[in-house]
Design a protein. Structure first.
Lengths: 256, 256
């Protein structure tokens, strides 16, 4: 709980998720939140809770994850948390910015959108410098076809097809099946096929399910109209295999 | 020495050079050529010499290094060396292609040009997924200014400014000071400043010297005309500090 003597501090965090069991703190395993809270505890000499914008899964990377915490250290300008935390953190987690934010700011609940990127080597194995950061597929799908699938996602879209089977929409019949998708696009960059998507929120493993499903049907050259029917039907068993985590980057988190 | 029972085989090789003491085989240290020759020896049950197109330095990566060797295995189609070698090689070296070539083909002496890329994070520290593959500078140089420097390199260019002090042009006064540079260009890709250069040949550490020198003078906003005088004078002491190896990729090797 914050009080008048506490300062709400927002952090921007980048990490290589390959050697972590995801963002969320869990006993007995190495997590990004765990490493950060451990460093914050060393600085504050007491436990500090860190609120993250997105709970990235094991193996998923972040270019700009966002998180906030309430600091009791009055004497330290918030930007000084950047070098202080980086000195304590392992090299595969870096704090890139820190700033004071209003007390009501919450990294997760104040976020208006998140952007992700997913990287794919097409028709070839991964090169050594790509292995931690991309998936490989043995075929080269049509870029226009993938982008015609991607355009179907734009707007207020029923995303049941890509929802995790453990999601509340299935287990409890609660929660919205819709996500507001503002951007979804494939492009080629640096020899890799890149999928970029931004939405107000995502189901767990949703980006990886979209990528796996798009690739599954693009390999079979399913026409866009037929894919649209599958998307609108929203039968989970029609989704393709979920793409592996190491190709995925949490790219940015947006606030008003 | 090849004879009529030997098949000249060309390999395309990709590697993450971070954990290697460079390409060239040396006793007591881990090198890319050493790992490859060791794998070739296991397949052939005798020592095999591998001829590489470019001797990348310690820490330098390759997307498409080229090399050739003479195989005494008549029964194996050359393309089968790809899975055979990859099964024996560490994960940070991958053979991406193998093909039969004429007996006179030599990966180094037959090459007509090499291309390199160098990656730079400007005005920010490296993100965790970039640390092995880019350098960081604390300022943001002018892209047009860097490209105006780069244009001065095009054509038959006296590259003394960028030659290693241990080069024969200094130590023995022998060898050409000129290199034929066909391409030299800076661009932004995926949040990084990228320098791409192709030439018939390079002095040792020449790309890293070009990058370090360009950044040194671009930071000081030296006008192109003044930089041109420094380039034409070719006084080695006017070069900037050599950029670190891990930002450099041998990108491609060209043959007629």
């Amino acid at each position: 709980m914050q009080n008048h003597s506490e300062q709400n501090v927002k952090l921007i965090i980048s990490y290589d998720g390959a050697d972590y069991s995801g963002w969320q703190i869990q006993p007995g395993v190495r997590t990004v939140q765990g490493e950060l809270e451990s460093a914050l505890q060393k600085i504050h000499r007491k436990p500090i809770i860190l609120y993250g914008a997105g709970r990235t899964d094991a193996g998923v990377h972040a270019v700009a994850q966002c998180a906030n915490f309430f600091s009791t250290i009055q004497t330290m300008p918030p930007r000084n948390f950047v070098p202080a935390l980086n000195a304590l953190l392992p090299r595969d987690i870096r704090v890139t910015a820190a700033a004071a934010v209003p007390p009501q700011f919450h990294a997760r609940f104040s976020a208006t959108a998140r952007a992700y990127q997913y990287r794919i080597a097409c028709g070839r194995p991964l090169l050594p410098h790509e292995t931690r950061y991309a998936m490989s597929i043995p075929f080269a799908p049509s870029l226009p076809l993938l982008n015609s699938y991607a355009r179907l996602l734009l707007g207020e879209t029923d995303c049941t097809l890509f929802a995790s089977p453990s999601d509340a929409i299935f287990t409890r019949g609660s929660g919205s099946r819709f996500r507001r998708i503002g951007h979804a696009h494939f492009f080629i960059e640096n020899g890799l096929l890149v999928f970029e998507i931004a939405a107000n929120a995502f189901f767990r493993k949703m980006v990886r399910s979209i990528v796996g499903t798009f690739l599954h049907y693009a390999q079979r050259e399913l026409p866009t109209s037929a894919f649209e029917r599958i998307l609108r039907e929203g039968k989970r068993e029609k989704a393709g295999p979920t793409a592996p985590p190491h190709g995925l980057f949490l790219w940015n988190v947006f606030y008003d």
